[in-house]
Each structure stands twice: as C-alpha cells, then as structure tokens.
Design a protein around this ligand. Sequence first.
Ligand code: SF4
Length: 70
Amino acid sequence: MSFRVVADLDLCQAHQVCQHEAPDVFGFDEDADKVVVLQDDPDVSLREQVASALRYCPAMALAIEEEEQA
Ligand code: SF4
C-alpha cells in the first residue's frame, strides 16, 4: 500500500536523524533549522527507511499516513 510522509515542523528539533535513516526522503533546511520532506509520496521500496526515521526521530515529529490504492 502506498503511503504519505508527514513532518510536524513545530515538533522538529533539527536532530537530522531522519536524513541519516532515509536520505532520499528527508532533507534539511539549514536556514529554518527544520526537516524538509523531499518526497511526501515515496515509493513503497523506501518504506523501511522511512519507518526507521520515524522510529529514531527523537522529537517524534514524523508520521506515515496510509493511502488507499485508487
Ligand atoms: S529526526 Fe526528527 S527532529 Fe530530527 S530533523 Fe528529522 S524530523 Fe526533525
């Protein structure tokens, strides 16, 4: 099932763990000091990486939303 990635920028504390876990999906805005979601609708093959980023984000700022297949 496809999924969407959501980042709560109010919670993000700029730890950048997510970029380490899933560099294709998460970037970082140095000026804003916040995560940037590079792909909010990533391929399912990246799901494990994204799940790791969610698991290890110290601020719990990331979420996966399941998407129904059309
Ligand atoms: S790991 Fe969490 S707190 Fe750190 S940059 Fe990513 S979203 Fe923000």
